[in-house]
Design a binder for this molecule. Structure first.
Ligand SMILES: *Cc1c(COP(=O)(O)O)cnc(C)c1O
Length: 354
């Protein structure tokens, strides 16, 4: 392996003079802020006592307080972290940092999360597709064969959406050890998994990027908060191109609050896994269900007779699941998120009568 970050960064990004926000030029204690054209008189929500802060001031562009708190929980450094407006923004930033439109390419491994391809398309970057094997593991030989000199990133999702399984650690290590470009591991569902995160391996692999999110186990999908963990050098590149105030003040405060309640999150994770096992057992007893795939996530991929009819029936009853039956390797499959006990009971009851 010969990893050289400098060779991967787009020339226009290397040359970029980043926007220097009023707040980033000044650090320290001040009494009077007349530098950013904010409204010095406050905001209409100031006295509603929703939170202690007013929102008339621009937030910290680098979200240091929040990052330090996450770093403590994750046992890493705030300097090795970038926060995005959801993982979506993180994915987009990676494309913009490393992929020249109409020239470079990335590799994705379907069936997987749809946004990698969407952002490849938005950025006019080719997404080479190397399907997973029938057991939903990486096809290492084909992967290797599709890497060329313009391949900048490989996106791996583990545990994978929509299949629910974790990718074999040895396979991921082979790629990390042999690919000169960036290896992105999307760990959106890691909190539900029996397998270890790759976060601890950050110092070992300069080409490793780990993505996590507050949208799943943390229960904060509406906040839009995603995290990139990578070397300080990679983070520096991403910081250069991110919108200066991409994480708003309310999100920073609410995420800080949430981080004080790790115990509660761990309880929810346990409950989710318990309900997933319940749902899995109930589903397996149904005659229309052909297979429930093993899951390291908060959802189940279920192979079902007449999947689209079942999907439509559920819809008429006001229950929405994800129809994946047209997705490669997912013929006749529905993806069902684990609900509350009551929600799962209703689902099973309807399916029993199909
Ligand atoms: C849900 C999910 C995310 C989360 O995306 P956000 O933009 O952070 O909400 C990321 N990756 C995968 C694979 C997901 O399924």
């Amino acid at each position: 392996m010969h990893f050289d970050l400098n060779n991967l960064i787009r020339q226009n990004i290397k040359d970029l003079q980043p926007y220097s926000s009023a707040r980033s030029e000044f650090s320290g204690e001040a009494r009077v802020f007349l530098d950013a054209n904010e409204n010095s008189f406050g905001s209409p929500i100031k006295n509603l006592s929703i939170t202690e802060t007013d929102y008339n001031r621009y937030p910290d562009p680098l979200q240091w307080d929040l990052k330090k708190k996450i770093a403590t929980i994750k046992n890493t450094d705030a300097e090795k972290m970038l926060l995005g407006n959801g993982s979506d923004e993180c994915i987009d930033l990676l494309f913009r940092a490393f992929c020249n439109p109409q020239k470079d390419n990335v590799i994705i491994c379907p069936p997987t999360y749809g946004m990698y391809k969407v952002y490849a398309n938005i950025n006019d970057v080719e997404a080479k597709e190397v399907n997973l094997l029938l057991n939903f593991q990486l096809d290492i030989k084909s992967l290797e064969a599709s890497i060329d000199e313009n391949t900048k990133m490989i996106f791996l999702c583990s545990p994978n959406n929509p299949t629910g399984n974790s990718l074999d650690r040895e396979d991921i290590e082979i790629i990390l050890n042999n690919f000169d470009g960036i290896v992105v591991i999307d760990e959106a569902y890691i909190n539900y998994s029996r397998h270890r995160s790759f976060l601890k391996e950050l110092n070992e692999y300069p080409n490793l990027v780990v993505m996590q999110t507050f949208s799943k186990a943390w229960g904060l999908a509406a906040l839009r908060l995603g995290v990139v963990f990578a070397s300080a050098e990679i983070i520096e590149v991403l910081n250069k191109i991110k919108p200066p105030y991409n994480i708003n003040q309310a999100t920073q405060e609410l995420a800080m609050l949430a981080l004080d309640h790790l115990q509660q999150v761990n309880e929810m994770i346990k409950t989710t896994i318990r309900e997933r096992e319940f749902l899995e057992n109930k589903l397996k007893q149904l005659s229309i269900v052909e297979k429930v795939y093993p899951s390291d996530t908060n959802f189940l991929l279920v192979k079902i007779k007449e999947a689209t009819s079942v999907y439509n029936l559920l819809k008429t009853k006001g229950i929405i699941v994800r129809n994946r039956s047209n997705v490669v390797l997912c013929d006749d499959c529905l993806r069902i998120t684990v609900g509350t006990k009551e929600e799962n009971d209703v689902l099973i009851q309807i399916l029993q009568n199909f």
